[in-house]
Design a binder for this molecule. Structure first.
Ligand SMILES: CC(C)(COP(=O)(O)OP(=O)(O)OC[C@H]1O[C@@H](n2cnc3c(N)ncnc32)[C@H](O)[C@@H]1OP(=O)(O)O)[C@@H](O)C(=O)NCCC(=O)NCCS
Length: 151
């Protein structure tokens, strides 16, 4: 089994691989320019998890004042269930703490049981819902709003 060990900050050199992972993991993936702009912007934290220097997953946060929002987190399918998402969240917490951030926010599709389970395990709690926020092929589904304080 591959070890998921190194988490570090993404750079522009990761962009092509980032796009491949994004396209594999999301039904409505972000565009190249959206992802590229996250890598360049102030107040964005972009982390990657690698094995033998190959990028296997990532997490993107934006932050302002004392709050940060988890915008994206994804791992290639074959590397899920091995603690990689926890490693990304832990490193993000450590870096965000040094910026004075004490609250994390996120929105997640109500059908995304793996992500919701990860967030609950990490300590996120539900704050509310946006009714019908996300499109589905046959309708719409709610967004669950979650937060976690004392990052
Ligand atoms: C969200 C994601 C990063 C989590 O990574 P992961 O490696 O699967 O995380 P974990 O192994 O910690 O699994 C999280 C939990 O979901 C559970 N789980 C995993 N797949 C599941 C499934 N298909 N159905 C139900 N539960 C599932 C795990 O058992 C675990 O439960 P636990 O907290 O009770 O132990 C990963 O699933 C992913 O990349 N998904 C696609 C992108 C995405 O939806 N991102 C989130 C929205 S931005």
């Amino acid at each position: 089994m591959t070890d998921l060990q190194s988490v570090d900050n993404l750079t522009e050199a990761d962009l092509d691989r980032l796009i491949d992972i994004e396209n594999e993991c999301f039904t409505s993936p972000w565009s190249r320019s959206q992802l590229a702009s996250c890598l360049n912007k102030q107040r964005y934290l972009c982390l990657g998890i690698r094995s033998n220097q190959t990028l296997l997953g990532f997490a993107i946060f934006s932050w302002l004042l004392d709050e940060a929002e988890l915008l994206q987190i994804a791992l290639l399918k074959e590397f899920r269930g091995r603690g990689g998402a926890d490693q990304l969240l832990l490193e993000a917490s450590a870096q965000l703490q040094t910026l004075g951030i004490n609250r994390l926010l996120l929105e997640v599709r109500e059908s995304n049981v793996a992500a919701i389970s990860l967030y609950r395990r990490y300590g996120f709690t539900e704050d509310g819902r946006r009714k019908g926020y996300y499109p589905l092929s046959n309708g719409r589904e709610d967004a669950i709003l979650m937060s976690y304080s004392k990052v």
